[in-house]
Design a binder for this molecule. Structure first.
Ligand code: CUA
Length: 312
């Protein structure tokens, strides 16, 4: 089940701490606002023209006591917020030390690559993680500045070309958490979606094993025709399918596309029908994306879809 709700539905220990800080700041701000509203209302009514005491009020300058009080109170408020912010940062961003990243996240116009260096899994747009574990993500970009953000699980972090950033992320409960690119990065910035799939350790291990399987290339029928087209119709110039000569990383790894829930970084749900529509004219669904309209015939499209569906 998909979960919505942003920072007001914190679903990781980090986000619980950050939401706590947010509530605290909102509470203090409401308190200050209430004091100001009451004071202004009182003054407006008390000194309004036409009341029995409507003469020019006494003008009081330079009250030392007042100056001290209204300097100390804001300093105290800021000091409290500073302290709370520091403790939140300490809880959310502990030192990395010599911890190796669990996932390398690379922003592309307009999709996300997820690489698990410890197992070698390479996938796109859907980040699987075991519930209750904190993963260290290394955030990079291949082209322009993007920003990785899954509101229920953590803060935003920029993906900057030529620079690496790190973020700890974990999920406190199983579910699908939706995220998106949070830095304008071009025409399809809005279609650079993230799905975090938080699952039990067993489910995660199963997924990981499945991702590492080298699929066998179909030898007969329409799927075999699709395999051949994939190598001859320039698909292989941009995509990887493990176990074949296709090893490019300009577009997402398609080896286990079957296991993913969406295509085009979230523009369409993953089904043979949608994959067909996508291959016929990707620009209709994601204008400006690097995936070109390959001008494939209907039978070529059907063969390539059959091939991608056969990769298990
Ligand atoms: Cu990538 Cu906005």
């Amino acid at each position: 089940m998909e979960k919505l709700g942003g920072i007001f539905n914190p679903s990781s220990p980090e986000m619980v701490v950050m939401a706590g800080l947010t509530y605290y700041i909102i509470a203090i701000s409401i308190g200050i606002l209430a004091i100001i509203v009451v004071a202004v209302t009182y003054i407006v009514i008390r000194y309004r023209k036409g009341s029995k005491d409507s003469s020019e009020p006494y003008q009081n300058f330079g009250d030392l006591r007042l100056e001290i009080v209204w300097t100390i109170i804001p300093i105290a408020i800021v000091a409290v917020l500073f302290q709370l912010t520091c403790s939140t940062m300490r809880a959310v961003d502990p030192p990395i030390g010599d911890h190796e990243p669990d996932v390398v996240v690379t922003g592309h116009q307009w999709w996300w690559e997820f690489y698990y260096p410890k197992s070698g899994v390479l996938t796109a747009n859907e980040l699987h993680m075991p519930v209750g574990e904190r993963l260290l993500l290394r955030i990079e970009s291949i082209d322009v500045i993007h920003d990785f953000w899954v509101p229920e699980l953590g803060r935003k972090i920029d993906a900057i070309p030529g620079h690496t950033n790190y973020i700890w992320i974990g999920a406190g409960e199983p579910g699908i958490f939706l995220g998106a690119c949070a830095e304008f990065c071009g025409t399809q910035h809005a279609n650079m979606r993230i799905r975090v799939i938080a699952e039990t350790q067993e489910e995660f291990n199963e997924w990981q094993e499945q991702e590492l399987v080298i699929p066998s290339t179909p030898r007969s029928g329409i799927a075999a025709k699709g395999a051949e087209l994939f190598q001859t119709k320039a698909c292989m110039n941009c995509h990887t399918i493990v176990g074949t000569p296709a090893a490019a990383r300009i577009g997402p790894n398609l080896t286990h596309l079957n296991n993913r829930q969406t295509i085009g970084a979230g523009v369409l749900t993953n089904s043979p029908e949608n994959l067909t529509k996508w291959l016929v004219n990707p620009q209709k669904y994601k204008q400006g994306a690097l995936m070109p309209n390959m001008k494939l015939t209907d039978s070529e499209v059907n063969a390539i879809v059959a091939y991608l569906e056969a990769l298990k």
